[in-house]
Design a protein around this ligand. Structure first.
Ligand SMILES: *Cc1c(COP(=O)(O)O)cnc(C)c1O
Length: 376
């Protein structure tokens, strides 16, 4: 049964809950309200964005503004590419090796959890690769330091996941591996949560449904070096970065409504002052929960080692599986939902992306203290 406004009482309008979902994640209320306002008749055009031709001038303006606002937010230079593709972040697991294929060179992968692992599995179907680092023996609780991965000298690209969404493990920096190879980063769950220094990347891709908008779009950011390598491949339309880049990602019908919502999100974030303003807020928000873990006298344990604690996905456990379940159930009863850990790791996961309200972070931290006192 869908809960009614009366069953879960929070301080939020419209009977909304504190949604700790890892993805699709909570969107800013202002974005949803603006979309609602525009829904039936977009700014006097007489049509919904859902019904517009993707070749018409109204959609074109929406599309180009979204791309340009993402450029602003991440300070992406003009000679870099910004794509909005379908197929989610998961399709990039195949598109990366296809578009960056180099004869006689070998992709190097860094495996820090579920997503790094998934990307290796797909890349392996397309050719040999080298696993330069894996934190599997440590139960995926950390990211490597810059010098730790055992990179090959013939590396075509080095691939890593800046924030492992399932494990809650974040590099907490722009990694600077000792290599001249292209650097590819899956930043699905921490893009726009802090500044990224583009000098240290060639490809950054991110499914939108974590920290940019709804599902249906994956943004792909490409350096001139990456564009150059991709331009040498001969790939089908929907698998080619180059073909998408030349057509500003309108090489076929794009997911217009999802891109429109990403555009509203980018505007929302620009109005908040951009990534440099949201980054300290994200630190503060995660701080409430990590303090509750650290001050619980061992009742809660965090999954990630301290230097790799994600600000976006906080993973922890109580002292038993029974109490984890009780925690999730009691939190849900007061309007804090989707706190169960990923099915592969269990425990509790609180995802708190840019749009997640700070009030909800304070509330869960308070709840954690009370729950530990009652059950510890
Ligand atoms: C969610 C996620 C993915 C997969 O995204 P899809 O859009 O569902 O394909 C890949 N990588 C990371 C880091 C993620 O968080």
């Amino acid at each position: 049964m869908i809960p009614t406004q009366d069953t879960k009482k929070t301080s939020l309008p419209y009977g909304r809950v504190f949604n700790f979902s890892a993805g699709p994640g909570a969107l800013p209320l202002e974005v949803l309200e603006e979309a609602k306002e525009d829904f039936l008749n977009y700014k006097g055009t007489g049509t919904s964005v859902l019904e517009m031709s993707h070749r018409g001038k109204d959609y074109d303006a929406i599309h180009m503004e979204a791309l340009s606002n993402l450029r602003k937010l991440m300070s992406i230079p003009d000679d870099w590419g910004v794509l909005m593709l379908q197929g989610g972040a998961s399709l990039q697991n195949a598109m990366v090796p296809m578009n960056l294929k180099m004869d006689g060179k070998m992709p190097n992968y860094i495996d820090t959890g579920n997503w790094g692992n998934a990307s290796m599995k797909d890349a392996m179907l397309l050719g040999p690769l080298h696993v330069a680092y894996t934190s599997e023996p440590m139960n995926f609780d950390r990211a490597p330091s810059d010098n730790e991965p055992n990179l090959t000298s013939d590396a075509s690209y080095v691939y890593y996941t800046s924030n492992e969404t399932v494990q809650g493990v974040d590099y907490m920096r722009d990694a600077k591996f000792t290599t001249d190879a292209l650097i590819v980063c899956d930043a699905s769950s921490n893009i726009l949560s802090r500044a990224f220094d583009l000098n240290k990347y060639d490809v950054i891709f991110a499914g939108a449904q974590k920290n940019q908008g709804p599902a249906g779009v994956c943004t792909v950011i490409l350096s001139p070096r990456a564009l150059e390598v991709a331009s040498k491949q001969n790939l089908p339309l929907m698998l080619s970065w180059t073909k998408a880049h030349k057509a500003h990602s309108i090489h076929n019908t794009p997911p217009c409504f999802s891109i429109y919502l990403c555009g509203l999100y980018y505007k929302w974030l620009l109005n908040k002052g951009g990534v440099s303003s949201i980054a300290p807020i994200n630190e503060r928000k995660a701080g409430y929960v990590y303090s509750a873990i650290d001050n619980s006298g061992g009742f809660y344990t965090g999954h990630a080692v301290k230097e790799n604690r994600s600000l976006m996905n906080i993973t922890f456990k109580t002292v038993s599986e029974e109490l984890d379940k009780k925690f999730i159930k009691e939190a849900e009863a007061i309007g804090m939902t989707t706190l169960a850990g990923h099915r592969s790791v269990g425990g509790i996961r609180a995802s708190m992306y840019n749009a997640f309200p700070e009030e909800g972070c304070k509330l869960i931290a308070e709840f954690m203290k009370e729950f530990a006192n009652k059950n510890g």
